[in-house]
Write a protein that binds this ligand. Structure first.
Ligand code: G3I
Length: 415
């Protein structure tokens, strides 16, 4: 190589390293990737590593560590509860934006993206709404109009500030529901029929032309039998394909990623295959609520390491499976954990018979667990040719036409 070429190669290499790492290496201080945050390491791949944020913990003056880690380790935040309808409009007609605004401000200060969660869900609805429908004082027609107004109001308030919206959450039943054939379940489907899903995406798009609009659900990490009667991933796949065919402005599918070490779960290749199938529809994907819980046996609670260690290791392996699959698929835009510390996880409150816990990447004292290290190492050791920078879709608009469906059936987006 001629001296000039050598210089060029050297300059490019240094520029690349400088671009990828926030703290460039020097002779006296070699670059140490393990000292970088998950946020920084994720952004090397264009991938946002996010967390759900607990509004009470964020405001706890006695717990600065929570704020610090939420601000520094993650490049994306999601309100764990603050943007849900019962939080925003506890009394009919009166919105309380305090906690939601606070998180959006926090994200701005820390240069983080925001995943909006959630516009339409059957849980955590205000009592005035559910009781009004139950006693007949709110008609079906009025309910539809209330939903339109809610979506429009919330999306409009945060227009331009939300990267991805979970527009519709958990619309599909599980095999353990009755009837056990998968179907559209819950308050909205029961009262408005499944057409509310397309309506919700159209209303959200009308209010914000730029946010990426997601359908979000759990137990869709990998395909199963391929029969939509019992394979939830297949059911959701068919649903979103149908929405696209109706020119509904949906941009992505969020796979929540609530796993448990007591279950079989999936390997990286199975999860990668599922993300790729959604990508082939022209959709972005994201892991939106990752945590991996374990049963808290008497041994675990008594501190028996022979019972604790296998759980921590299995949890780490499952966090890693989802991270590796996400890294492998360019349209997987973000990997969000559902709370980052066992101190504030929803798991012990929710699963208490038998008790479950140990679900997050930091323990109750903010010590990083093996899961944190594994996710970090996935980010450090990933790169070309199998891991490439993210490819972000342009938000879909109504002008997606039948002609824009290519011969492959893939959606080309005109907007
Ligand atoms: O706000 C009340 C408070 O006033 C009261 O004193 C306290 C007493 O228990 O309850 C508080 O409400 C709780 C709320 O979280 C806020 O902390 C509810 O009881 C509790 O049920 C609720 O749990 C949330 C759960 O959604 C409800 O479905 C969890 O924090 C939240 O992590 C969880 O998140 C969901 C996602 O949104 C969707 N996917 C599944 C995920 C896990 O369930």
């Amino acid at each position: 190589m001629k001296p000039r070429q050598l210089i060029t190669v050297g300059v490019v290499a240094v520029a690349t390293v400088a671009a990828l790492n926030t703290v460039p290496a020097t002779a006296s201080r070699p670059y140490d990737p393990t000292a970088q945050s998950l946020a920084t390491l994720g952004l090397r791949h264009g991938l946002h590593v996010g967390t759900a944020v607990n509004a009470t913990a964020l405001n706890d003056a006695n717990d600065p560590q929570y704020r610090r880690l939420a601000a520094t380790e993650f490049s994306s935040v999601t309100a764990e509860n603050a943007m849900k309808w019962e939080s925003l409009e506890p009394t009919r007609g009166t919105y309380d934006w305090t906690a939601a605004d606070q998180l959006v401000e926090f994200a701005k200060r820390n240069r983080q993206s925001v995943r909006g969660h959630v516009l339409v869900w059957h849980n955590q609805l205000p009592a005035w709404l559910t009781s009004g429908v139950a006693d007949g004082s709110i008609s079906k027609q009025e309910l539809r109009e209330l939903l339109r107004k809610h979506i429009t109001t919330v999306v409009n308030r945060y227009k331009g500030k939300i990267w991805q919206w979970d527009v519709v959450n958990e619309a599909v039943s599980d095999p353990w529901d009755t009837p056990n054939t998968l179907h559209y379940k819950g308050f909205w489907a029961e009262n408005l029929g499944p057409g509310y899903i397309a309506d919700a995406f159209r209303w959200a798009r009308a209010a914000d032309p730029k946010a990426l609009l997601f359908y979000n659900d759990y137990n869709i990490e990998a395909f199963g039998s391929g029969n939509p009667a019992d394979d939830k991933t297949q059911f959701v796949y068919d649903m979103v394909k149908g929405l696209l065919a109706q020119r509904v402005p949906i941009d992505g599918v969020g796979s929540q990623g609530h796993l448990g070490t007591q279950y079989g779960n999936f390997d990286t290749l199975q999860v990668t295959a599922a993300l790729k199938k959604f990508a082939a529809l022209g959709l972005a994907t994201a892991f939106t609520e990752v945590d991996v819980r374990s049963q808290m046996t008497e041994g675990v609670q008594a501190g028996d390491s022979a019972e604790i260690n296998p759980r921590l290791q299995a949890s780490a392996a499952n966090f890693s499976v989802l991270m590796k699959a996400c890294l492998a698929v360019r349209s997987c835009l973000s990997y969000t954990v559902w709370g980052f510390t066992d101190r504030y996880s929803w798991v012990p409150d929710w699963f208490n018979d038998p008790p479950e816990g140990l679900a997050t990447i930091y323990d109750e004292n903010y010590q990083p667990k093996r899961a944190y290290q594994e996710v970090k190492s996935d980010l450090i050791f990933a790169g070309p040719p199998y891991v490439l920078p993210r490819s972000t879709p342009r938000p879909r608009h109504r002008e997606v036409t039948a002609q824009s469906l290519g011969r492959s059936g893939r959606m080309k987006v005109l907007s």
